[in-house]
Design a protein around this ligand. Structure first.
Ligand code: 5AD
Ligand code: SF4
Length: 484
């Protein structure tokens, strides 16, 4: 069933539902990681509110404390254990703790050993079972401890450990074929919203934990995606971002539409003014996507196409399934598009065995493409991944050095690229007001931040689209003036 943004419109609607809920059941949810996690949390919040829970803004106020976690790099993973330790003291007050998302899936029941005050461990592929799991959690809290002593740890079934602590697990791993679709998504922004079109990943890049944490690839039907887009448009949303670990692998399970066709169809929904999509894998990135951007003006002129490395040797070791040349071919398609497409990327430095020469090739690729933004990371060895067994680890100081060199090079590229906008007029979506700076915050279709000033009496409304003349450029943003 398509997500019916029932909670998605305004905070007032959310409040009304909170009030009608069972007010003693409260939860606090903190999200780590990517946009997929941010959107999963919106769906989890909606699901909990529908189950009679009320969302609160502090751990102190909450009966149930949830962390939606990220395990893409070790640092991200450590954050959740730090948080759990920080709030351990509250278990005495009867607060329940739950770990959701990628760390939950990756570590599974080991979390109960590391943090015995945790009662719920649930990976993203099991979120559709959350209502039952929450009911079990409550039942477990109420019933005498002994009732759970003899139960086995079937996925999603409650049991207790020797100390009578309730343990609930949802660890479907790569078994499930189902997507987490709910009609209760609690979108936080009333103008701009995410729609998941594909979950999981079958690519198994050598460094990446996601295929193990998010399960196998499974796509929603394009009818359900379009129904959700239409409902969002009816509720007043004007910008939609289609999400997936690898949106280009999208396969309409009803066999009706390719990814480019879904993209175009969402862009043609009346009322929708901007459509974005992330993330793309170069191997599956088809030219039909560029044709769709050419044909449908609401499709934003921005593509995030992670390259990871500019060296064929490293790309091969990473099992990325494309060469530098093939990647650059896709860049050439973008550069031949009717509108100038802004291109951004992810890069990993210090993959095992990466030589100075390999790294130099990544730097030269940055120059060749001319990215508008690059998210660069030091390689972090992850559990289960093929690259864990590779030798020739790069020392951390060397990874840090390469990261710094790369960021400095990219900064120069961006300074030059952002300068070109000075004197041009761009349409921005007004995202908010920075009172301290007396500026409005805006975003262009290229996904660039373009903040601006407006004369008194011409204050724009948040969520509207206005023309802004760029007057000053920075390496990561632009400043301008509202055109009236
Ligand atoms: N180490 C460092 N960076 C990683 N990424 C994914 N796995 C790792 C890892 N093990 C980066 C990739 C990916 C982005 C989301 O995170 O660049 O595109
Ligand atoms: Fe982190 Fe990847 Fe999981 Fe997102 S999908 S939360 S980036 S590990």
């Amino acid at each position: 069933m398509a997500s019916r943004g029932r909670l998605g419109r305004t905070p007032r609607v959310i409040l009304a539902l909170h009030m009608s809920g069972d007010s003693h059941k409260t939860f606090y949810l903190e999200t780590f990681g990517c946009q997929m996690n941010v959107h999963d949390s919106e769906k989890v919040i909606g699901t909990l509110v529908n189950e009679g829970y009320r969302q609160v803004q502090t751990v102190e106020e909450a009966g149930l404390v949830l962390y939606n976690t990220c395990s893409i790099r070790d640092k991200a993973e450590q954050k959740v254990f730090n948080r759990l330790n920080d709030y351990k003291k509250y278990q005495k007050q009867g607060k329940k703790f739950g770990v959701l998302g990628c760390v939950a899936q990756q570590e599974g029941e080991k979390i109960f050993e590391r943090a015995p005050w945790v009662s719920l461990v649930c990976g993203s592929a099991s979120y559709r079972n959350l209502p039952q799991m929450l009911a079990q959690l409550e039942a477990g809290s109420r019933k005498p401890e002994t009732e759970f002593q003899s139960q086995r740890a079937e996925p999603g079934s409650p049991r207790s450990d020797d100390r009578g602590l309730v343990r609930i697990t949802g660890l479907d791993d790569r078994e499930t074929d189902a997507c987490f679709e709910t009609e209760f998504t609690a979108r936080t922004n009333p103008h701009r919203g995410y729609i998941t079109i594909i979950e999981g990943c079958d690519k198994f890049c050598a460094y990446c934990v996601v295929p193990f944490t998010r399960g196998k690839e499974r796509s929603r039907t394009s009818e359900s995606v379009l129904a959700e887009a239409r409902q969002m448009a009816d509720l007043g949303y004007t910008e939609i971002q289609l999400l997936g670990q690898n949106v280009n692998s999208y396969k309409d399970s009803a066999g009706k539409r390719s990814f480019a066709e879904v993209l175009a169809a969402v862009g043609e929904v009346p009322g929708i003014r901007r459509v974005r999509f992330t993330t793309s894998h170069p191997r599956d990135f088809g030219r039909d996507i560029i044709h769709a951007i050419d044909a449908v003006p609401t499709l934003c002129d921005h593509v995030h196409l992670p390259v990871q490395s500019g060296s064929d040797r490293v790309l091969n070791a990473m099992q990325r399934l494309y060469t530098r040349e093939q990647y650059l071919e896709r860049i050439a398609w973008m550069k031949a598009a009717k509108r100038e497409i802004s291109i951004t990327s992810d890069v990993i430095v210090g993959f095992p065995g990466e030589t100075e020469e390999d790294f130099a090739q990544t730097l030269s690729l940055l120059d060749e493409v001319g990215y508008d933004a690059v998210f660069a990371f030091k390689y972090s060895p992850r559990p289960n991944t093929p690259s864990l067994a590779l030798e020739d680890a790069i020392p951390d100081e060397e990874k840090a050095r390469r990261l710094e060199v790369l960021m400095a090079r990219q900064r120069q590229i961006q300074i030059a690229r952002y300068k070109r906008y000075i004197g041009t007029i761009c349409e921005v979506m007004v995202e908010g007001r920075n009172a301290a700076r007396a500026q409005w915050m805006g975003r262009t279709s290229h996904n660039k931040t373009l903040n601006f000033t407006a004369p008194e009496g011409a204050a724009p409304r948040v969520g509207t689209y206005v023309p802004v003349m760029a007057t000053i450029s920075f390496p990561n943003s632009l400043l301008g003036e509202l055109v009236i």
